[in-house]
Write a protein that binds this ligand. Structure first.
Ligand code: CP
Ligand code: NVA
Length: 307
């Protein structure tokens, strides 16, 4: 049976750790320019209903390095944009391609696509989750710190798709996660309830200073995600005090790392000086999108693919 990558909590910690192991190997081979054509002759369809820099480039370059090919499909220039049902698109793509990566709004639509497709589907971001990003983030933490499961992670800002995926990660891996958001911008209530029921160690607070105190990993994201552009001004007011700046970083552990999935609004959710500062691992994090997604694709689509 094929397996999809839609949500971190569909996977066990040991399955995700196997992806990190493969990622380490593929990254070393990429740096050494050693061939690793695990997806020779395969094609990934990449459906985008939202903008992207990192996701598009890293999947496309990743497929090329694995010996395959990636098709960039903007929904507005396909029949999907004219209303062709997702279930028909899924069947047609299953006849041409070996995998699908989709970036869209609705998690339910991605789940429907995966249910009907005969080929693996990867979630490249929905309003609810961004699982590939969290895999890259955790791999980056592993590279910079030992015992990543014993660290204290901290989410400051909007309770958005990134925050929801961090909550899932805390549930799967068992690390401590503190989440600080303003009132009205909490993470998805069902995601939080499921994680807590599964025993996840999550502290929710409205106070960013409390969340950051003694933390090992500080993480944030834009205050208005794609699709929320009209709320930008209202959100800027609601999120005053939720910026990752030098003062907040000083509350965390001395050897803490700061992450941001990018794109960032410098001077809003994070300052220029923190992005460029000694705690930032933000650009290593961005590069690791390439390596971790290659490992995800090889796991789902390769000859030794999981079932
Ligand atoms: N972090 C991330 O997904 O970036 P893009 O929107 O540029 O793909
Ligand atoms: N939360 C952001 C992440 C962008 C990578 C968004 O959904 O726009």
């Amino acid at each position: 049976m094929k397996k999809d990558f839609l949500c971190l909590s569909d996977w066990t910690a040991s399955e995700l750790e196997a992806i990190f192991e493969l990622c380490r190997d593929l990254k070393a081979k990429t740096k050494a320019r050693t061939a690793h054509r695990l997806l020779e002759g395969q094609t990934l369809a990449m459906i985008f209903e939202k903008s992207s820099t990192r996701t598009r480039i890293s999947f496309e370059v990743g497929m090329f390095q694995l010996g395959g090919h990636a098709l960039f499909l903007h929904s507005g220039t396909t029949q999907m944009g004219r209303g062709e049902p997702i279930k028909d698109t899924a069947r047609v793509m299953s006849g041409y391609c070996d995998g699908i990566m989709i970036r869209t709004y609705s998690q339910a639509a991605v789940e429907e696509l995966a249910r009907i497709s005969a080929i693996p589907v990867i979630n490249g971001l929905t309003d609810l989750y961004h699982p590939c990003q969290i895999m890259a983030d955790l791999f980056t933490v592993i590279e910079h710190k030992s015992n990543y499961r014993d660290l204290t992670y901290c989410w400051i800002g909007d309770g958005n798709n990134m925050a929801n995926s961090w909550i899932n990660a805390a549930s799967v891996f068992g690390f401590e996660l503190r989440v600080a958001t303003p009132k009205g911008y909490e993470p998805d209530a069902e995601v939080m309830a499921r994680a807590k029921k599964a025993g996840a160690k999550i502290l929710y607070t409205k106070d960013p200073a409390e969340a950051a105190c003694g933390a090992d990993v500080l993480n944030t994201d834009v205050w208005a995600s794609m699709g929320q552009e009209a709320e930008q001004q209202e959100r800027e007011k609601a999120f005053v005090g939720y910026q990752i700046n030098d003062e907040l970083v000083a509350r965390a552990n001395d050897d803490c790392v700061v992450m941001h999935c990018l794109p960032a609004h410098r001077g809003e959710e994070i300052t220029d000086s923190v992005i460029e500062g000694k705690h930032s691992i933000i650009f290593a994090e961005a590069e690791n999108r390439l390596h971790v997604q290659k490992a995800i694709m090889a796991t789902l689509m390769g000859v030794n693919r999981c079932s």
